[in-house]
Write a protein that binds this ligand. Structure first.
Ligand code: AN0
Ligand code: CP
Length: 317
């Protein structure tokens, strides 16, 4: 595998799940595969889970790991061509990327959506520049429109916790004080649309996601109706996608928070969130602390998804 930016890069979900199960059976079965190979992780944005789980996965495979936080100690990078660089950015990404590529064998990139330039965001400008100019296999650690390592871990988690063959999985918008990317929601929808689950998306009117990601999902504007009979509730906030207000929040409507009363409408649903989560904005203390909450095993599966992707990339070097 030379790149991993979306569900289609991993092949079929059945195969992906089998690879995940293999990894989980013995995390150290290929502890020499990465001998003398270096993973470089580039963070344009903060991270707890992605950083730790991806490094752990690389270590399980015997790799060396270098982490660079672009905004803490590295030169600020210009990414547009033709700019007269007389501002605060001393280096261009066109030099920086091949230089970074020369120091490693595989590159992971976290570069969130700008939320100001929809065209650049939805063209995945930054990660595509890494793919084009680094000369190395590149994987997304959340890019502008998707978070595939998260969605892969989410899929593994649902497979582990489901009690019926085709669970009802509900992605619900939930309130958040700051504008967030659509990436986690887009990506989750993209992966769910590859399954035969009953997949429903619920959000306030106006928060429609790109139809490219919604696909065949059922969109239900009544959150209570969406929750009825659900086996999994996946909460996530995202900012506006449509119209000139792209990347902003219209209002912080706390009535969309996931609480105990809403969870009672479900079929004893499990509660999921990619984390970090703001308690009593997105979800109540009671729900996230209840036995229905599987956010910790969900996060733990991030090692598994990362290890599958790194293993596939190492095998193709
Ligand atoms: C990010 C987001 O919503 O895309 C990262 C989630 C994994 N969340 C925040 O910035 C709070
Ligand atoms: N879920 C997730 O990607 O978390 P971090 O932002 O902490 O990496």
């Amino acid at each position: 595998m030379k790149k991993f930016t979306c569900v289609h890069d991993i092949g079929s979900l059945e195969r992906a799940l089998n690879l995940a199960r293999e990894v989980k059976k013995d995390f150290f079965a290929h502890s020499h595969l990465g001998d003398n190979k270096t993973l470089l992780m580039i963070f344009f944005n903060s991270s707890l889970r992605t950083r730790l789980s991806t490094q752990k996965a690389a270590m399980n495979l015997g790799m060396n790991v270098i982490v660079l936080d672009i905004n803490q100690g590295a030169w600020k990078l210009e990414s547009e061509r033709g700019v007269i660089m007389d501002g605060d950015k001393p280096e261009h990404i066109f030099e920086a990327i091949p230089v970074m590529g020369s120091y490693c064998d595989i590159i992971g990139v976290r570069a969130f959506a700008s939320l100001t330039n929809k065209v650049a965001d939805y063209n995945e400008t930054i990660i595509n520049q890494f793919i084009k100019y680094s000369g190395k296999p590149v994987f997304s650690m959340e890019a502008a429109t998707r978070h595939p390592l998260q969605s892969f871990a989410d899929f593994i988690t649902i497979e582990e916790f489901k009690t019926v063959a085709k669970p009802k999985v509900v992605l619900t918008w939930a309130p958040h004080p700051k504008a967030l990317p659509q990436a986690v929601a887009n990506s989750f929808a993209e992966w769910m649309n590859q399954t035969d689950y009953d997949f429903v998306i619920t959000h306030p009117k106006g928060y429609e996601l790109s139809q490219d990601f919604v696909g065949k999902a059922k969109v239900e504007y009544d959150q209570s109706r969406a929750f009825e009979g659900a086996d999994f509730i996946y909460a996530k906030n995202w900012s506006l996608f449509n119209g000139p207000a792209y990347g902003t929040v219209k209002c912080v409507n706390r009535s969309w928070m996931v609480d105990e009363k809403k969870m009672q409408l479900t079929n004893s649903a499990k509660f999921m969130h990619c984390l970090p989560v703001r308690r009593n904005m997105i979800v109540t203390d009671g729900v996230i602390e209840s036995s229905a909450s599987i956010v910790v095993p969900q996060a733990a599966n991030r090692v598994v998804s990362a290890q599958v992707v790194l293993k596939e990339m190492l095998l193709s070097l």
